[in-house]
Ligand binder design. Structure first.
Ligand code: SAJ
Length: 439
């Protein structure tokens, strides 16, 4: 039997030892799903604290329970290490590392580079490798493959197998999880796709094979670019409705009654998170390399990144209605996380609004039940105010940036002097109240 046949048999019998490189919000759930399916899984991460925590049977990812981790560690089906050399005894590897942006706005490939360079030391005949990190089309074939074959004469699609399968993890979601969310998967060659499909299908309910790694890479970027552009559209709609003195929330709710051909998005203070604001820029960056200007992405990104400044002007206008200058005014930001009911501050527009208001001389404080402290864009530490309602009552203006579910919006509406509500958190009662300003 050739390498492919031997590997396929091991995968189908779940005798293939596998590794997950990167044990974050994507890698750890993936490792658990495969271990629960019966694979022997080794999680590899350079962060010793993550490795030690997992080997003690404790999870640091909210979507994965410590009970599940403990059970799998004790069964021997899951273990963690910082030692990449274990890869020499492994037949299947998933790469789940971050793909952020550099300060220049270009893709930061350093994590993929580091993981792939380590893996290249141990890649061998009879190995299948799947890249899961969201990245520009061509990464798997043009960036990862050359690193893997630089120092050996292995032939992809014959000796080893290389694919792309985008992660679709939405942290905190319980209805769609790693095991039941359909998983797109495309190979560098047809044989690569066939082998990885057999592997992933042994643990994940629905695998959606596509013809190439590029098709899989592009499908992920379509998913999140679709979202980013439509959020940009409704943000611009909010600006237009403001100019026309039309209630944007009423307009969106009315449009959303259309049972077909419409998908509701809502305006806000900007675009946060580690996916939506970033992934589309990987695509526009790649398109520049082929002399194409991805205008939709550029425009939507411009609108979305302009929203914090738009909000700061709204605050200035609202204070002006109360004959107050923004300079010296006490402004309380409610909600700092990038979206409701989570503690993630990455790319949060709240940080930009705080910076812009402070730049104008305001005395800015914040409250967030999930984020007890934060570091501002200028690198200063801020603590969430201890008594939110006391701060609401003493603020010259309250700015609702993230509409966490557990805020008492009736009390906020009753006690605040002036409110800028960027999320329609106060609903119609707020929109009909003269002390409340919207987007
Ligand atoms: N946002 C708006 N208006 C909207 C929707 C979102 O302003 O109508 C803002 C949010 O406040 C946030 C940002 O956009 O700041 C991103 O929000 P998101 O709901 O897209 O949440 P994310 O970043 O957690 O997106 C993830 C994505 N998952 C992956 O990339 C794997 C995305 O593809 C999911 O669709 C999304 O979760 C989801 O469905 O919740």
């Amino acid at each position: 039997m050739n390498s492919k046949e031997v590997l396929l048999r091991k995968l189908n019998e779940k005798k293939a030892r596998m590794a997950v490189l990167g044990l974050g919000y994507v890698g750890l759930p993936l490792a658990v799903v495969f271990a629960e399916a019966g694979f022997e899984v080794i999680g590899i991460d350079p962060d010793m604290s993550k490795v030690d925590t997992l080997n003690e049977g404790v999870s640091y990812i909210p979507d994965v329970s410590s009970e599940d981790v403990d059970k799998l560690i004790k069964s021997g089906l899951l273990k963690a290490t910082t030692d990449f050399s274990i890869l020499k005894d492994v037949e299947a590897v998933s790469i789940c590392v971050p793909t952020p942006l550099r300060k220049t706005g270009d893709p930061d490939m350093s994590y993929i580079d580091a993981a792939t360079s380590e893996l290249a030391k141990y890649v061998h005949a009879g190995m299948v490798i799947v890249l899961e990190s969201t990245t520009y089309p061509g990464t798997t074939r043009e960036f990862v493959l050359p690193i893997l074959t630089e120092k050996n004469d292995l032939v992809v699609g014959e000796d080893f197998f290389l694919c792309f399968s985008p992660e679709r993890v939405d942290p905190g979601r319980e209805d769609w999880t790693t095991i039941n969310t359909p998983k797109v998967l495309g190979g560098v060659t047809e044989a690569c796709g066939e082998v990885a499909d057999a592997w992933y299908s042994a643990a994940i309910e629905t695998v959606v094979p596509v013809s190439s790694a590029e098709a899989a890479e592009m499908s992920k970027l379509l998913e999140n670019t679709f979202r980013m552009i439509n959020i940009g559209l409704v943000n611009e709609l909010a600006i237009m409705c403001d100019r026309l003195n039309v209630d944007v929330w009423e307009v969106i709710d009315a449009a959303a009654t259309k049972p077909f051909g419409f998908m509701k998005f809502t305006p806000g203070p900007g675009l946060g998170g580690h996916c939506i604001p970033i992934d589309p820029l990987y695509l526009s960056w790649k398109m520049k390399a082929v002399n194409y200007n991805a205008r939709f992405i550029e425009l939507a990104s411009e609108i979305n990144t302009g929203m914090p400044r738009y909000v700061s002007i709204k605050v200035q206008d609202a204070l002006n209605e109360h004959r107050k200058a923004i300079k010296g005014s006490k402004i309380l930001i409610l909600g700092a996380a990038y979206k409701p009911d989570i503690d993630d501050l990455r790319e949060s527009p709240a940080l930009d609004v705080i910076a812009l208001l402070a730049e104008k001389g305001a005395d800015v404080s914040y409250h967030d039940p999930y984020c007890p402290s934060l570091q501002t864009n200028e690198g200063e530490a801020m603590e969430s105010v201890p008594d939110m309602m006391a701060s609401v009552r003493t603020a010259d203006c309250v700015v609702i940036i993230t509409n966490h579910s557990d805020y008492d919006y009736d009390a906020i509406l009753a006690d605040a002097l002036l409110i800028v509500d960027t999320r329609n958190a106060l609903g119609k009662a707020g929109r009909n109240n003269s002390k409340v300003f919207g987007l």
